[in-house]
Design a protein around this ligand. Structure first.
Ligand code: ATP
Ligand code: MG
Length: 721
C-alpha cells in the first residue's frame, strides 16, 4: 500500500510525530509550524497504516469550524469519509456523551443547552426571585462566579465561604440557579463538561468502556484547556491510551475564561510524553513572522522557541492611522476591493478586531459596496431575538417543561399576560415542584387566575397544544414553518417596529426554515437515538453563528481575534489597534492580563500569510461619546524597519470615498500657532490643520500630552491667549 502521500510535505520533526510508535507525545511549537497538520496526518496514518478503527479515535479542536475542516482534510487524505470518528469541541463531545447517558447523570432525555444569554437571564431571574439587590449582585458578575466555580469542578457545596453575608449569598444564588436548571432540564456550557467529568469519574464501568474504546486521543490548542477539560482528558486516557497533545504557550488567550496554560506542564508531569518541537513556520512571510516574534518577545515567562521560515521577505506591514473609526472602515474595505479587483477572493480577506461591537462599521461599508461577508461571533444568527423566540417555541414542542423557553414566549407575541400573572405561575410552580407549563395548566383548570389572565394563559397553552399536534409527523422545516405561521410572530414585529427592522426579522425567520430544511443530523446523533429536532436544537445552541449567511459563499471574514485562533488568511487586517481597546482597558493595569493581550496580538499577526495591515483610529465613538486614543503599545513593539506607514498624502473621506488634498489655514476660528485648551489634554498650540467641514482635523502640540490629531468637530477646543 502506498502511504507516501501521508508523509509528503512533512518535515522531519513532523514526520517523527506522525509516525511515532509508542508512548504519549507533546508537540510544542509556535504559530503556523504545522501542529494542526501533524494532528490531521497522524489520524490518517493511524487509520491507514495501523488499521486503527475510526471509532477508536477521539480528536478535540477548538471550534466547530476547525472540526469541520479537520474532518474534510482527513477525508481527502484517506479518500473516504471516516465514519464513526469523533472530532469536535470539548463541548460538542461532552454533549454527545451526555445524550447517550442522560439517565445515568440524572438528566431528562429532552435536556436542552442553555447558551450564555439564556444563562444570564436565568441568573437574573433567580436573583429577583430571591429578592436580592441586583446592584449588590449584578447578574453578569454572578454568572461569572457560577461559571468560574463550575470550570474548576466545584458544586455549591464545595465552595468554602468565610462569612454569612455576601459570599454566602453568592453561593445561595448558585445553588438556586442549579436547582432551577435541574427542574427544567437545562444544561449550561460549563455544566456540559462538569456532568461528563462526573459521569466518567463516578461510573467505573462507563469509564472503562470509553477508555478501551478510544485508543487514541488527540487534542489541538492544548494551551487553552481549563481544569475540567484536562480532568476529562485524564479520565478518558486512563493509563494505557495514547495521547497526542499539541499547543503553543504563546497562544494561550483564554486565561480570562479559566484556561490554564499550566496544563502543558501538568501534562508533561502526568504523562511523561516525548516532546517534539517544530521550528519552521510555513504560513507567513519573513516580515510578518519577524514582527510577530518581536512583539511576543516582550512577554516574560515564555517557554521560548525559535521560529523561522524559508519563505520570502514579503511586503512590509502597512500601518494606517485613521482619523476616526469610519475612515478606518473605509480604508480597510477599499484595500479589500483592490485585492478582489486584482483577482483575489473575498474569503482570502479577514478583518480581525478585539471586541464584537467593532464589526458594525465594517459591515455597513461592506453592505454599501455589495461585498459578501460573514461575521463570526458577535450577534450570531441563533442569538438574534426573533430566532430565539421561534426556537423557544420549538423547544416547548420538544419539551413542554422547558421553563426558560416557556417564560421567553408566554407573552411573545403579546397576548395580555403580564408580569404579575407570570409571577403567580412561578410561585405556584415553586410551591408544587412543577414546571411552569404544569403550573399554568393547573392554575387555569382551578380558576386560580383572574378571568382575563386565565383566558390569555389558556390561549397560550392551547396554541402550544395545537402546535404539538400539528407538528407531530412534520419534518423539521415544516415544524419551524408552522411555529412561525401559527404564532404570528412576524405580524407582531411588524406592529411594533420600523418596517426595515421587521423585514430583517422576517428574513431571518425564513432563513431559520431554510436552516432547518438543510439540517443533516450528524451520524453519531442518529446512532445515539436522538430525534432530528433534538439534534437541531442542540446544534443551534452549540454552534451559534456557524450556520450564518450562506456557508458556501465566498465572502470576507469578520471576526474577533479570539475566534481567529488556528485559522490563516492571505490578507489580514488588525483593526482598532488603540490603547484602551487593544490592549483592552481592563487589562492595562494587570501585568498578567496585559501579557495575555500581547499573546492575542501574536495570534492575530500570525494569522496573516502574505499581507498584514494594522489600523487604528484617533477618535472613536463609544456609547455616544467620542474617545481619543493613542496607537496600541503593541504597534510600537514592531521594529520600524518592518513597517510602512500610510498616513497623510491621501485621505479617504467617509461620504464619497474620494481622495482629498488638505488645504492648510484656518478652521473653526482656529489658525496655525494659536493657543488652545482641551478638556483632557490641557494646553497646547495648533500646528496643523487638514480637511474641511465635518472632516476637518487639527494637530495640536499639547504641553503635557504631546502631539495629537483631533477631529475638530468633536474636540471642543477652547481658544486661549
Ligand atoms: P497555529 O499555531 O496557528 O494553530 P499550526 O502550528 O497549527 O498553527 P498549521 O495550521 O498546521 O500550523 O500549518 C500552517 C500552514 O503551514 C498550513 O497552511 C499548512 O498546510 C502549512 N504546512 C505545515 N507544514 C507544512 C510542510 N511540512 N510543508 C508545507 N506546508 C506546511
Ligand atoms: Mg493549529
Amino acid at each position: 500500500m502506498d502511504v507516501s502521500h501521508l508523509l509528503d510535505e512533512l518535515n522531519d520533526a513532523q514526520r517523527q510525530a506522525v509516525t511515532a510508535e509508542d508512548g504519549h507525545l507533546l508537540v510544542l511549537a509556535g504559530a503556523g509550524s504545522g501542529k494542526t497538520r501533524v494532528l490531521v496526518h497522524r489520524i490518517a496514518w493511524l487509520i491507514q497504516v495501523h488499521h486503527v478503527s475510526p471509532m477508536g479515535v477521539l480528536a478535540v479542536t477548538f471550534t466547530n469550524k476547525a472540526a469541520g475542516e479537520m474532518r474534510g482534510r482527513i477525508g481527502r487524505l484517506l479518500d473516504l469519509r471516516p465514519e464513526g470518528l469523533w472530532i469536535g469541541t470539548f463541548h460538542g463531545i461532552c454533549h454527545r456523551l451526555l445524550r447517550m447517558h442522560a439517565a445515568e447523570v440524572g438528566l431528562p432525555d429532552t435536556f436542552q443547552i442553555l447558551d450564555s444569554e439564556d444563562q444570564y437571564r436565568l441568573v437574573r431571574r433567580v436573583i429577583r426571585d430571591m429578592e436580592l439587590d441586583e446592584g449588590e449582585h449584578p447578574p453578569r458578575q454572578v454568572q461569572g462566579f457560577i461559571n468560574q466555580h463550575k470550570d474548576e469542578g466545584r458544586r455549591p457545596e464545595h465552595i468554602e465561604h468565610f462569612d454569612r453575608g455576601f459570599q454566602a449569598r453568592q453561593v445561595d444564588i448558585y445553588r438556586r440557579y442549579q436547582e432551577y436548571c435541574e427542574r427544567s432540564g437545562l444544561v449550561d456550557f460549563a455544566e456540559l463538561l462538569l456532568r461528563t467529568v462526573e459521569l466518567l469519574r463516578d461510573h467505573p464501568e462507563r469509564r472503562a468502556h470509553y477508555q478501551s474504546r478510544f485508543g487514541h486521543i488527540l487534542v489541538d490548542e492544548f494551551q487553552d484547556t481549563n481544569t475540567l477539560q484536562y480532568a476529562l482528558v485524564r479520565l478518558l486516557a486512563g493509563n494505557a491510551n495514547r495521547l497526542l497533545v499539541v499547543g503553543d504557550d504563546d497562544q494561550s488567550i483564554y486565561g480570562w475564561r479559566g484556561a490554564r496554560v499550566e496544563n502543558v506542564a501538568h501534562f508533561d508531569r502526568d504523562f511523561r510524553p516525548e516532546i517534539i518541537r517544530l521550528e519552521q513556520n510555513y504560513r507567513s512571510t519573513r516580515t510578518i513572522l519577524e514582527a510577530a516574534n518581536r512583539v511576543i518577545d516582550h512577554n516574560d515567562d515564555r517557554m521560548g522557541k525559535n521560529l523561522w521560515t524559508e519563505g520570502e521577505q514579503g511586503e512590509p506591514i502597512r500601518l494606517f492611522a485613521a482619523f476616526n473609526a469610519e475612515e478606518e472602515a473605509e480604508f480597510v474595505i477599499a484595500r479589500i476591493q483592490e485585492w478582489i479587483a486584482q483577482g483575489g477572493r473575498p474569503s482570502d480577506c479577514a478583518v480581525l478586531y478585539r471586541s464584537n461591537a467593532q464589526s458594525r462599521l465594517f459591515e455597513q461599508v461592506l453592505l454599501r459596496e455589495d461585498i459578501p461577508y460573514r461575521v463570526y461571533g458577535g450577534l450570531r444568527f441563533f442569538e438574534r431575538a426573533e430566532i430565539k423566540d421561534a426556537m423557544a417555541y420549538l423547544r416547548l414542542l420538544h419539551n413542554p417543561h422547558d421553563d426558560t423557553a416557556f417564560e421567553r414566549v408566554i407573552n411573545v407575541p403579546a397576548r395580555g399576560i403580564g408580569e404579575r400573572t407570570v409571577a403567580q405561575i412561578r410561585a405556584h410552580a415553586g410551591s408544587h415542584a412543577q414546571s411552569l407549563g404544569q403550573a399554568a395548566t393547573e392554575l387555569v383548570a382551578q380558576g386560580g387566575l383572574s378571568a382575563r389572565a386565565g383566558n390569555a394563559v389558556r390561549g397560550f397553552l392551547q396554541l402550544i397544544d395545537a402546535l404539538i399536534e400539528a407538528t407531530e409527523a412534520a419534518s423539521l422545516a415544516e415544524a419551524a414553518g408552522a411555529v412561525i405561521r401559527q404564532t404570528e410572530l412576524v405580524a407582531w414585529y411588524q406592529s411594533r417596529e420600523p418596517a426595515d427592522r421587521a423585514e430583517a426579522r422576517e428574513e431571518n425567520l425564513a432563513e431559520l426554515v431554510r436552516a432547518a430544511d438543510s439540517f443533516h443530523q450528524p451520524f453519531e446523533d442518529e446512532q445515539a437515538g436522538l430525534s432530528p429536532m433534538a439534534s437541531f436544537l442542540s446544534q443551534a445552541a452549540l454552534e451559534a453563528g456557524e450556520h450564518q449567511g450562506e456557508r458556501w459563499q465566498d465572502c470576507v471574514q469578520l471576526m474577533t481575534l479570539h475566534s481567529a485562533k488556528g485559522l490563516e488568511f492571505p490578507l489580514v487586517f488588525l483593526a482598532g489597534m488603540e490603547e484602551g481597546l487593544f490592549p483592552h482597558q481592563r487589562s492595562i493595569e494587570e501585568p498578567g492580563r496585559l501579557a495575555e493581550e500581547r499573546r492575542l496580538c501574536y495570534v492575530g499577526m500570525t494569522r496573516a500569510m502574505q499581507c498584514l495591515y494594522i489600523t487604528h483610529a484617533e477618535s472613536r465613538q463609544t456609547y455616544g461619546q467620542t474617545n481619543f486614543s493613542r496607537p496600541s503599545r503593541f504597534v510600537a513593539e514592531i521594529p520600524d524597519s518592518l513597517i510602512e506607514s500610510i498616513r497623510s498624502g491621501f485621505r479617504v473621506t467617509p461620504a464619497t470615498g474620494r481622495t482629498d488634498s488638505h488645504p492648510q489655514g484656518e478652521a473653526g476660528g482656529l489658525s496655525l500657532g494659536c493657543g488652545v485648551r482641551h478638556a483632557r489634554f490641557g494646553l497646547g498650540t495648533v500646528v496643523s490643520l487638514e480637511g474641511q467641514g465635518p472632516n476637518a482635523r487639527i494637530q495640536v502640540n499639547f504641553e503635557q500630552a504631546g502631539s495629537k490629531w483631533l477631529v475638530l468637530a468633536y474636540a471642543n477646543l477652547e481658544r486661549v491667549g
